[in-house]
Design a protein around this ligand. Structure first.
Ligand code: FE
Length: 171
């Protein structure tokens, strides 16, 4: 085991390094306007929108049960369920509160919010894109970090927070 550190003062970061500012944010917001509507009874709350590496972290909130979407993940997805319960039609496991989820690149699956759930909230980290598909496997839409930023700007402008409100989450 390492000896206890005797350091009692903060390290001074040289601003010339260009290191980007950190984020420490209450994940579930107290102001409901921070939730960006995505579909009827579906919202997302941005936490980190990384334009350089092409990924994002957001909370997904759903207040209805049933099929939400069928989608393909070209890149990996990591999730942590905060509230409620959901599953994929393609897999036997259930994602309920407290569970960690990994969705490997290449997965195609159909998200269903369980009918025991009034409100589902899950933290998702999505790399690359989400490609939405119909049941004939045709692409019907996609999302990436740039569509996410666009949706945030439009919504925050509309609700009075200002389009630039999203900038604090962009790196
Ligand atoms: Fe997925």
């Amino acid at each position: 085991m390492n000896a206890p550190s005797a350091v009692t003062f903060p390290y001074v970061i040289n601003p010339a390094t260009g290191i980007l500012p950190e984020i420490a944010e209450l994940a579930v917001p107290t102001d409901d306007r921070v939730w960006v509507p995505q579909a009827p009874n579906v919202w997302f709350r941005p936490l980190l929108l990384n334009k350089t590496a092409g990924y994002w972290f957001n909370l997904l909130k759903v207040t209805r049960s049933g099929v939400l979407s069928r989608h393909r993940h070209p890149g990996p997805v990591h999730g942590f369920v905060i509230k409620g319960s959901w599953h994929y039609l393609e897999h036997p496991w259930v994602a309920d509160a407290g569970k960690f989820v990994f969705e490997p690149p290449g997965e195609v699956h159909t998200l269903v919010v369980d009918d025991t759930t009034d409100e589902m909230i899950t933290l998702f980290n999505v790399t690359g894109s989400m490609i939405y598909m119909d049941q004939n496997d045709h692409q019907i839409g996609y999302e990436d970090v740039f569509t996410k930023i666009d949706m945030c700007r439009a919504h925050y402008e509309k609700v009075g927070l200002g389009a630039q409100y999203v900038d604090q989450f962009i790196r």
